[in-house]
Design a protein around this ligand. Structure first.
Ligand code: S3P
Length: 452
């Protein structure tokens, strides 16, 4: 059977990924593992750094984003061994004991690094910090965390009243608040809980819908005093508790598995087994959306490892149908909307995605990016203010498309290209390394194309 040819061309520091599909098509077969969960990797490094004693991390994501977290916390005195997937050792410095860094902390492309870290920095009295990020991160809204931190008494300065990085932070003793977040955001929730850790009294965050709860699970495991009210989506942390280093096992990232779930669901005759994927219910919205679309996905070998549910995901090709994705489901699949848009292009009927305006302030404006780039390939995607309307069933034709330097856009377009006729070239595909450094290698392996 002819192989799909997957090739990378480096032009200075940019990589253009070309995917040439044979006329007769290919099927994707076999089993694979995806890299460690990005959200859990960040939290393991951060909590390890501010806990007492040693934290051991197995299965850490080696993407650019966790590397940014590690380098920021190393600059504040935490000893973090060389990053690898086997075993990373973090010698914690103790709660409230981070050192004042002698240079600007650079969070790179990572919103999670910057927003979560702000809660920790703002609550470190008598230290001064400055933080920044890459061009994308410097344009993303920080007021969502700066405002509640200011309500707690934090001193933070930056462009547009502290809403854009670079930011300067004078650490202080904060006061506890009850914050009613207008958005369901795990970054906002986690930032305030981390600030609350160092604040005497009870700090509560209430969110409009449940966002991912990795911080809550891990904070509890490290010994923080936390109470959760599932009815009202509220979490309360009692300040000034000690954190104790833990052994963390990071499961595979369902947000990375999502690319293969959709790939196998849309490429005829495919069947893949994706092993050891985190299936925390606050992250499995993608499985519910694919089920609504009629996809054949089953969970095998379900177990709980180090406080997080894990399973192998088996996915088989099947005809998909359009559906509506909106409401409380959105925070549970927020990062999977670009790849769900690809699934919708190959589904029968119309798919409507709503309540997803948050996508406009991710690493790129993901609604605009997916609509424009899929339409370049021949899809029928209409941008809505808070979502997308996708009329499925139009065949795609390969052409030149752009990742907007957004990892999830690069990988989503690569999966769309598997089902397009001719050659698709994705500009600036190196962005995939933010969350999935081996994406191209895995794609080549699955396509039976072993040439680098
Ligand atoms: C994340 C939370 C989400 C998600 C991001 C990772 C986290 O962002 O999109 O990729 O690890 O807390 P928001 O909190 O902005 O929704």
């Amino acid at each position: 059977m002819p192989a799909t040819v997957v090739s990378l061309k480096a032009i200075e520091d940019q990589h253009h990924l070309s995917i040439q599909s044979p006329a007769s098509g290919i099927s994707l077969q076999g089993r694979l593992k995806v890299p460690g969960d990005k959200s859990i990797s960040h939290r393991a490094l951060m909590l390890g750094a501010i806990a007492q004693g040693e934290t051991q991390i197995q299965g850490l994501l080696l993407g650019e984003d966790p590397r940014s977290t590690a380098s920021c916390f190393r600059a504040m005195g935490a000893e973090i061994s060389e990053l690898n997937t086997e075993l990373v050792r973090v010698q914690g410095i103790g709660l409230g004991q981070l050192l004042e860094p002698t240079n600007v902390l650079d969070a790179g492309n990572s919103g999670t690094t910057l927003r979560l870290m702000l809660g920790i920095l703002a609550s470190h009295p008598e230290r001064f910090f400055s933080v920044t990020g890459d061009e994308s991160l410097r344009s993303r809204p920080m007021s969502r965390v700066v405002q509640p931190l200011q309500q707690m008494g934090a001193a933070i300065w930056g462009r547009k009243k502290g809403s854009l990085a670079p930011l300067a932070i004078q650490g202080k003793t904060l006061k506890p608040i009850h914050y009613y977040s207008p958005i369901a955001s795990a970054q906002v929730k986690s930032c305030i809980l981390l600030a609350g850790l160092m604040t005497e009294g009870q700090t509560t965050v209430t969110e409009p819908a449940l966002s991912r709860d990795h911080s809550e699970r891990m904070l509890k495991a490290f010994g923080a005093q936390l109470t959760i009210d599932p009815e009202t989506h509220s979490v309360t942390v009692t300040g000034s508790a000690k954190l104790q280093g833990q052994n963390i096992v990071v499961p595979g990232d369902i947000s990375s598995a999502a690319f293969w779930l959709v790939a196998a669901a849309i490429v005829p005759d495919s069947e893949l087994l994706i092993e050891n994927v985190g299936v925390n219910p606050t992250r499995t919205g993608i499985l519910e959306a694919l089920e609504m679309m009629g996809a054949d996905v089953t969970l095998e070998n379900q177990q709980e490892i180090a406080g997080e549910p894990v399973a192998d995901l088996r996915v088989r090709y099947g005809r998909l149908k359009g559906c509506t994705i909106a409401g409380d489901l959105i925070p549970r699949l927020i990062d999977e909307i670009p790849i769900l848009a690809v699934a919708a292009v190959f589904a029968e009927g119309t798919t409507v995605i709503r309540d997803a305006a948050e996508l406009r302030v991710k690493e790129s404006d993901r609604l605009a990016a997916m609509a424009s780039q899929l339409n370049r390939m021949g899809a029928r995607v209409t941008e809505l203010p808070d979502g997308l309307e996708i009329v499925g069933g139009t065949p795609l034709t390969g052409t030149n498309v752009d990742s907007y330097t957004d990892h999830r856009i690069a990988m989503s377009l690569a999966i769309a290209a598997l089902n397009a006729t001719g050659t698709t070239t994705i500009y600036r595909a190196e962005a995939a390394a933010i969350s999935y450094p081996d994406f191209v290698t895995n794609l080549q392996q699955l396509c039976g194309d072993v040439h680098p």
